[in-house]
Design a protein around this ligand. Sequence first.
Ligand code: SAH
Ligand code: SF4
Length: 407
Amino acid sequence: MNISDAERIASVLESIKYKPALKMSEADLIVVTMCSVRQSAVDRIHGLIEKFRKLKTTNHKLQTILTGCIIKKDRIKFEKGFDYLVDIKDIKKIPEILNPSLRAKRNLGNYLDITPKYSSKFSANVPIMTGCNNFCSYCVVPYARDREVSRPAKEVIAEVKNLVRNGYKEIWLLGQNVNSYKDGKNNFSNLLKMVNKIPGEFWIRFTSSHPKDFNDEVINTMAIGGKITPYLNLPAQSGDNKVLKSMNRHYTIKDYKNKIEKLREKIPGIAISTDIIVGFPGETKKQFENTAKLFRDVKYDMAYINKYSPRIGTAAAKLNDNVLWEEKKRREKVLTEILKQTALGKNKKLIGKDVDVLINENRGNNYFGKDKHYKTIKVKSDKNILGKIVKVKITEAQPFTLKGEIM
Ligand code: SAH
Ligand code: SF4
């Protein structure tokens, strides 16, 4: 979502003839797209403010803007450190903020209407909605990005068609809860089907899916396959029903596992990842063991494990953050060890198989990419294959990376 925000900001700035600077020290304008989800990201802003203060002593022209997901309290705290503070919904106003004579001369539309300046030439983030209505008790997003707004399917389709025409190979449909997408006519399943019908060679991925809204209809649509890739991130957040209740997640582990079972039945071989929070207020060792059990039972391909940090203004911030940081680290380690085993087990089965890989990064002649199952695959190539889909034979498996040879 932050990348998508930054791509829209870059587009707004380009419309008033700003060009990207090669180094921070050469910039006339620095826009910081903040993320409030974790405290560590918020803490980094203090360092940036200090850096900008120093830069300003030699570059008197430098202006700074803070935008992105900002909650009220941080807004007050950071206001003095930046020249301007702009709500993410208002980024189209940046030109007139920088130059008041531009006021009312331009019409860039709403946040979702802004055509982004894509940061990649082959993989694009396409927001289908913004905001969130769920108020999970630990989460700051509903406060920082406001309520859910879905983008009309027509606009999403037009953007994807244009991207595919320009050679894009991977389309990420983005939203905090894509399964509650609704534009008045279409739900998420309809939207997926429509994107799937767009002609061209490209892959469809989407995130995030809230388990309470992820339903049979979407599973059946995913099972059609086509351009829809066999990968799903389904954030469980905890493996314990009492903790889930306290997190305000509205599903039980039984519901969650049923959905995983249906997915695996309809889409054999689907890769599944999850998001987890360890050390939620009051999470006992026994409750944590239920999360470890979930990991052993589901056998995830990948997991994004987060140590709980209180976010001011959220319901959970009023609870006692009583799990010590060291214990949170221990719980994170326990889950990582289980994950390493399950992921390695799955990856080993891929040795000898041929897969399509979209190459997205290189260091010298070492290239890295993702297959349809969102597995990271490393290959060597003397030719520049960045942005290409290549056929690879898998030769070696590690928990989080596979090695292969281009065929
Ligand atoms: N909309 C997504 C999550 C977006 S936030 C969903 O419903 O799953 C991305 C991840 O950050 C979450 O999945 C959660 O695991 C983590 N996270 C959010 N708030 C957190 C907090 N206060 N402490 C630790 N991790 C947090
Ligand atoms: Fe946060 Fe929950 Fe909304 Fe995800 S669904 S953004 S975790 S409130």
